[in-house]
Design a protein around this ligand. Structure first.
Ligand SMILES: Nc1ncnc2c1ncn2[C@@H]1O[C@H](COP(=O)(O)OP(=O)(O)O)[C@@H](O)[C@H]1O
Ligand SMILES: [Mg+2]
Length: 329
């Protein structure tokens, strides 16, 4: 643990790929023992940030200290003290739970790991399935196993990149409980990324919202939500409508275009909706959505966009990794 009580400290951290600035001068201070969320849409720079902090990819500019060590100067010391739970499957289905732990111990070059492995299996209630092939585990058990692998070398910090992507609601909630449980029981600092608003809200002590490589705001979920008092009405119309016409609706304080949709800022959606329906023919409204103060509305407030753009990429993503695993056999 570092003297300043921070598990992660980042100043002006930057990564460029050619002309693309994937991570753009970000600053973060993450207290030891906390759960910190990096929330942002696809392509915002979340995975790249984790790659920078774990030393997987080179830092272009700026500095980062993780578990008390400078990532640039002492990458090996950092690697020994961090774990990574990736969205992609890292388990070997043909090996048992115990054999997966053994394999992880080999990869990490751990000599004295069996006691810890036993403890983790007990903690995750997997002891009686330790000899069964991981391929026979349920999704929830697989998630537990992945976290157990990440914790085997007793890391101070674990990184979870979109840990619940593509999971159904029940497993997602179970994983939320696991993450908070692991954080409390093992005192491990968690940095997770997500594009799910409720996830960041439910889990994180503090959240940084990232868009196009930049952190646009940082704070506790309740601090962030209290920034935005107004509601947003998003709508899409079948006929074209002018910005002036929308701005003239009583109660609308701001109008922004977002692709084919419009975003109206209003004091209270309930009070303004009748006027919206009055101004636009009801059958001309193709889609309408009310956003009450939430981390989503904070993001809309700052960027004019939604974070969670439907997640239509998710099935493809799962398929991609399924194919990858098949190819590796
Ligand atoms: N190895 C790479 N080479 C070139 N561009 C990359 C590479 N990795 C990521 N990027 C780009 O950097 C940006 C941030 O990507 P990423 O960190 O994966 O975002 P997120 O995890 O938030 O979805 C994206 O525009 C992505 O296309
Ligand atoms: Mg990513």
């Amino acid at each position: 643990m570092s003297a300043d009580g921070l598990a992660i400290s980042v100043h002006g951290l930057t990564k460029t790929y050619g002309r693309l600035v994937a991570v753009d001068h970000i600053d973060m201070s993450i207290p030891t023992g906390s759960i910190f969320g990096l929330l942002g849409p696809n392509g915002a720079g979340k995975t790249t940030t984790i790659k920078l902090l774990t030393g997987i990819t080179d830092i272009t500019d700026g500095s980062a200290t993780v578990a008390g060590f400078d990532v640039r100067r002492e990458p090996m010391s950092v690697k020994q003290r961090v774990g990574w739970v990736a969205a992609e499957v890292i388990l070997d289905d043909d090996l048992s739970g115990w054999e997966n732990l053994w394999l992880q111990a080999q990869l990490q070059r751990l000599s004295d790991w069996k006691g810890r492995a036993d403890q983790l299996l007990k903690y995750f209630e997997l002891s009686d399935r330790r000899k069964d092939k991981v391929g026979t585990y349920s999704t929830g058990m697989r998630k537990k196993m992945e976290i157990a692998l990440a914790l085997l070398h007793e890391p101070e910090v674990i990184f979870m990149d979109e840990p619940t992507i593509g999971l159904d609601a029940n497993v997602r909630r179970m994983l939320w409980d696991l993450i908070t449980g692991v954080n409390r029981s093992f005192g491990v600092t968690v940095l997770l990324t997500s594009h799910y608003i409720e996830e960041a809200d439910a889990l994180c002590d503090r959240v940084a919202i990232i868009d196009q490589g930049r952190i646009v705001v940082t704070g506790s979920p309740s601090e962030l939500k209290s920034r935005v008092k107004e509601d947003f009405i998003e709508l899409e119309t079948s006929e074209s409508v002018t910005q002036e016409k929308l701005a003239a609706i009583p109660g609308v304080s701001e109008v922004r275009s977002q692709g084919r949709a419009w975003v109206l800022r209003v004091a209270s959606a309930e009070e303004v909706l009748p006027a919206v329906f009055h101004a636009l023919k009801t059958d001309g409204i193709r889609r309408i959505n009310v956003e009450k103060p939430s981390l989503e509305s904070v993001f809309i407030d700052i960027t004019g966009k939604r974070i969670d753009q439907g997640g239509s990429d998710v099935p493809d993503y799962r398929k991609f990794y399924a194919n990858l695993r098949r190819a590796q056999r």
